[in-house]
Structure formats: structure tokens, C-alpha cells
Write a protein that binds this ligand. Sequence first.
Ligand code: HEC
Length: 279
Amino acid sequence: MKKYLTKRNILLTLLLAFIIIQFFPIDKTNPPIELNKDFIEITQPPAKIASDLKTMCYDCHSHETRYPWYTNIAPFSWRIKGHIDNGLKHLNFSLWSDYNEEQRLHKLDECVDMCTKHWMPTLDYKLMHGRLSDEEYTELATFFELAKIKKSQAHNFDYLLGDWKRTDDDEGNQTFESWRKFGTTEYRGHGYTLKGVDTISQELMTIKKNNNEWVLGVKLPNESEATYFDLADMDATSFAFSSEQNEFPKHIEYKAEEGKLKAAISGDGMVIPFTFVKK
Ligand code: HEC
């Protein structure tokens, strides 16, 4: 009987299979690039970060995939294509502006996570392209973290503007708050509480940009200088300022919600909520 399972035959069959699968190449067309939607264009990182993103992330997370020679060889090409398709599904830097605010913040959070844990790029990719140094990972993570805040700083606080009346006052008290805008980077607020005709408390507030960072200053009539709080969090309809040095409050938050303004001052386990409606 003839022997079919010889070493030679097995090798020949494998070779034939290898040749045949080369007739099933991967699709290497990149979708068109719209620069105005691109993450790097929008966030304008320093050159080093931009180049790290391009060389270490953009191959699987953008429409600018480069296909080196080994992506011509099946079955590796299939595995690579799988990574690219899957990577793009999770995160596409080329369509960054199509994500809404919440999605962007979430993606940025995940990017910070991936870089701090050194989980991206994938293992295969690191083998072929080399890896980022610990320092480069830290730089990337810091940049993603910063992009979260920068992004929100494009917003403003215009929802504060107008004259407000508190709806959850103590019995017999009436509290009011008014906000006006000065230029594009300063808001001034005046809050006061009346008991009968007497003003029992009063404060002046300013939200302004200081060296590119928003700060909130609060000044009581008997104080010569305002107490300043740093921006801790912000999105399109809310913000939070904090100062760990201040005795009380340590945190001041506002949120615009269905025509109302909800605020809270808090610290050391105590929270005082405020709800305002337009006067
Ligand atoms: C070789 C392709 C490849 C490269 C290069 C790559 N990624 Fe990914 N990335 C993927 C794949 C595949 C997934 C989906 C993983 C999964 O299924 O959980 C992913 C997922 C992600 C996610 C989403 C995680 C989640 O939980 O949804 C983030 C964020 C991410 N990558 C960031 C990065 C960053 C930042 C870089 C560059 C430093 C990078 N990736 C480089 C392939 C890649």
C-alpha cells in the first residue's frame, strides 16, 4: 500500500494551503480622512505626543492605518485586520468629533487606563513595532487626562446668567442669586438672603479665567479678600470647584437642570443643597 502521510506530503499540503490562502488578501483601503474630525487636529498635543499617537495607536484606531509588508501574508494579515477592525469599533480617533461629550470623556478615561496599565498597543503590535517606554506611557496618560479638562473648558457658564430665587429656603427666609457676564472669561454673581426686610447674609462670587484655568472666588462683605476655589470638574451643564484648604465649604457645585439651577456646598460630610428657579 502506498503511504500518503509522509513528511514530504504533509509539507507539500501545508505549502499548497499557504499558497491558496494568499489569494484571500485583506482589504487595505482606508476610509477618507476628514481632518476637522481628527483627535490630534482638535486637541493639538505637543509634537512628541502626536507622533507617539500616530505610530503607536493610529494604526488600529484611525483611518490612517499603515500596512507594512507582513500584512500581505495570510494568515497574519487576517489576524492583524481583525485587530484593526476591533480596535476601530472601540475607539476611532479619525471620527473624534462624532462622539458626544459623554462618549469622549469615557474614551479619554479608557485611554488613560490603557496607558497607565501599558495594555495598549496589543502584544502582537509591540512585538513588531517596539514598545513605548514607561516615561512615554506616563506622558500619554497625562495628556489624555488633560484633554478631559481642556475639552470641557471649551464650554462656558452661560446657564448661570440671570436672576434666580431659591425654592428650598428655611422658613421665613428668601434667597436670591444673580449672575452677569463680563467679556468672555468672567462671570460675577451676587447672592443674598432676606429675613423679612433684613439682609441676613450676602456674598459676591466671580468665576474667571486665571492663567488659562478657571477659578471661583467667593467674598463675604466683611472679608477683604475672596476665597478661591479651583475647577475640579465641568461639563456642558455643570461644574464643581474645590478648595481643600478652606474650612467650609470645600466643594461648590452647580448644575443646570430643566430650567432650574441646582447647587450644593459641601465639606467634612456636610452637604447643603440649593435649588433655584428663574425669578
Ligand atoms: C494592533 C492594534 C492596536 C493598536 C496599535 C492599539 N490598539 Fe487599542 N485596541 C485594539 C483592540 C483590538 C481593542 C479592543 C480590545 C477588546 O476587544 O477589548 C482596543 C481597545 C482600545 C480601547 C478601548 C478599551 C475598551 O475598554 O473599550 C482604548 C481606549 C484603546 N484601545 C487605546 C489605545 C491607545 C491609547 C493606543 C496607543 C497607545 C492603542 N489603543 C493602540 C487594538 C489596538
